[in-house]
Design a protein around this ligand. Structure first.
Ligand code: SAM
Length: 223
C-alpha cells in the first residue's frame, strides 16, 4: 500500500509527487492523473504545470490555504492550479478565478461545472472595480496572482487594496521575462518585489527553477 506524507493541510506527497484529495470522487478533470489510496482518490499535482506546486517543492515554509479559505485568484487560465486549490479549500471554501481571456475561460468553465466552490469571473485584473460586484459576495481571505503582465506588482497591490483585509496573506508569481526579458532575471524580480513594499510585508521569496525559468513565488502579508 502507498504511504503518503502530509505536507500541508490538504496536500500530500508520495515520493516526489504532490497530491491533493479529489473534491469530486469519480470525476477526472482534464490533464489529471489519479491515484487511489485506501479507497480515497488523490490527484497528482505537477510542479511543471503549476507554480504553486513548484513553490511547495522548492520549500514554501507556510501554506496559507486551508479548508474554508476564500481565495481571489487572478490569472485562472484554464484552471490547472485552481482545481487543486479547490481540492484544498473544500466545499466550505471558495475560489474566485479571474481571467481576461475568453478562450481560457471556456476551458476553465469545465472545472466550474464540476466544482461548486469555483466561481468564474471574466475580467481585467488591472481594473478591480469592474468585478467588484462578483467579489462582494465573498469575504476574501487570501489573494493569489499569476499574470504575465509588465505591471504585475501594481495589479497585485491594486487588488489587495480593493479586496484584501490588513494582515491577510497573499502570493504573487513574478515572471521576470514579462517585465524585461533582457536584464538579469534576479535584478528584475528584486525590483518588482521592492514595488510591493508599500502595501505588503514580504515573508518569503522562492525561486521556481528548475520547474519554471526566471520566475519567483513571493509570499507576503497585507500591511
Ligand atoms: N495560474 C494558472 C495556472 O497555474 O493554472 C496559469 C496562469 S497563465 C500563466 C496567465 C494567465 O493570466 C493567462 O490565462 C492570461 O489570460 C491571464 N491574464 C493576463 N493578463 C490578465 C489581466 N490583465 N487580467 C486577468 N487575467 C490576465
Amino acid at each position: 500500500m502507498l504511504k503518503l506524507e502530509k505536507v500541508f493541510p490538504g496536500v500530500w506527497k508520495y515520493k516526489d509527487t504532490l497530491l491533493t484529495r479529489n473534491l469530486v470522487p469519480g470525476v477526472k478533470g482534464f490533464g489529471s492523473e489519479m491515484v487511489a489510496v485506501e479507497g480515497v482518490e488523490y490527484r497528482m499535482w505537477n510542479p511543471y504545470r503549476s507554480k504553486l506546486a513548484a513553490g511547495i517543492m522548492n520549500g514554501l515554509k507556510k501554506f496559507p490555504f486551508k479548508e474554508g479559505s476564500k481565495v481571489l485568484y487572478l490569472g485562472s487560465a484554464e484552471g490547472t492550479t485552481i482545481s487543486h486549490v479547490s481540492d484544498i479549500v473544500g466545499l466550505s471554501g471558495t475560489v474566485l478565478g479571474v481571467d481576461v481571456s475568453a478562450k481560457a475561460m471556456n476551458k476553465f468553465l469545465y472545472w466550474c461545472e464540476q466544482r461548486p466552490n469555483i466561481l468564474p469571473v471574466l475580467g481585467d485584473a488591472n481594473q478591480p472595480e469592474s468585478y467588484k460586484k462578483d467579489v462582494k459576495s465573498v469575504k476574501v481571505s487570501l489573494l493569489y496572482q499569476d499574470i504575465a503582465q509588465k505591471n504585475q506588482a501594481e495589479i497585485f497591490a491594486k487588488n489587495a487594496r480593493a479586496f484584501l483585509g490588513k494582515k491577510k496573506k497573499a502570493l504573487l508569481v513574478v515572471k521576470a521575462d514579462s517585465i524585461d526579458a533582457v536584464r538579469p532575471s534576479l535584478e528584475v524580480i528584486g525590483e518588482e518585489i521592492k514595488r510591493l513594499e508599500g502595501c505588503f510585508d514580504i515573508l518569503q521569496v522562492i525561486s521556481l527553477e528548475p520547474f519554471e525559468k526566471n520566475h519567483a513565488l513571493v509570499f507576503c502579508a497585507r500591511k
